[in-house]
Ligand binder design. Structure first.
Ligand SMILES: [Zn+2]
Length: 268
């Protein structure tokens, strides 16, 4: 009905703008992105930083939490340097996380984190499974202890078990923690711990987003684009086009991640 569609336009301009291919008119904050373009494991042929920044500006993405693309072996310093350079050049767009190889001795892991912290990075990215490292190993605890000491953020591709994540949250309490991919089973932890955040990326089934909204506290669910190998539309679409209330969409796309940036000392 015409009346209904007009009414809907009044209450959800995001959906209308998205379907017209326009920027949403909302400052977007992105909790999950990769920089670096080419790596041995994961080449992204259109991932030049300048291109990404131009597209972020066009779409109204104000700031993105970024880390290297790939998994890394021995070249993590080289890849972290790419993130450091991008964050230093585009301070208004990016806040960076250091990626370390969890198979390395703890001493080497901490040395690289310290090097990256001195260069301005604000946290660590973990991806143990892809490195063939234990999902709940001592290297992860060493990273979280360091992060807690410096009030960093730690984004993990997967936290292993709920028990392990609970132990991290209770032991290393001064850091902020992010589930890098939507993990519905962790809802009870999200609701209990202030310093745990949930990313929406990457694939959202029709049921998963409403369930996340229904089961998790409203201020911890955060949009993640997984740039630069996915276009922003791939991850924005399921949120913007959903039947969730406009105020919920705005929280997920904007104010929640902005609050995370504030908590780690990044004004944006
Ligand atoms: Zn990713």
């Amino acid at each position: 009905m015409l009346w209904l569609s007009l009414k809907e336009r009044e209450v959800d301009p995001l959906k209308e703008r998205f379907l017209q291919g326009k920027p949403l008119g909302l400052p977007l904050y992105d909790i999950h992105g990769h920089l670096g373009g080419f790596s041995r494991d994961y080449p992204v042929f259109s991932g030049r930083v300048e291109q990404l920044v131009a597209e972020m500006d066009r779409l109204g993405v104000k700031r993105c939490l970024v880390f290297p693309i790939g998994i890394y072996g021995a070249e993590f310093q080289f890849q972290n340097d790419k993130v450091i350079q991008a964050c230093q050049k585009y301070r208004q767009h990016f806040s960076g996380l250091a990626l370390v190889n969890l198979n390395y001795p703890e001493k080497e892991i901490i040395k690289e984190l310290e090097r990256c912290r001195q260069a301005g990075l604000v946290g660590a990215k973990l991806i143990a499974a892809y490195q063939g490292a234990p999902a709940e190993g001592p290297g992860i605890e060493a990273v979280c202890e360091y992060a807690s000491h410096h009030r960093w953020v730690v984004l993990n591709h997967g936290w292993g078990s709920l028990e392990f994540l609970k132990k991290i949250l209770e032991t290393y309490r001064q850091a902020q923690y992010v589930c890098g991919h939507l993990w519905l089973a962790a809802a009870s932890l999200v609701n209990k711990y202030d310093h745990l955040w949930m990313c929406t990326c990457a694939f959202l089934s029709p049921e998963s987003l409403p369930e996340a909204v229904r089961t998790m506290r409203a201020d911890r669910l955060c949009w993640g684009s997984d740039l630069s190998d996915l276009h922003w539309g791939f991850t924005l679409g399921p949120i913007v086009l959903s039947s969730l209330p406009l105020k919920v969409k705005k929280r997920i796309l904007s104010s929640n991640t902005r609050e995370l940036f504030r908590k780690i000392g990044v004004e944006s």
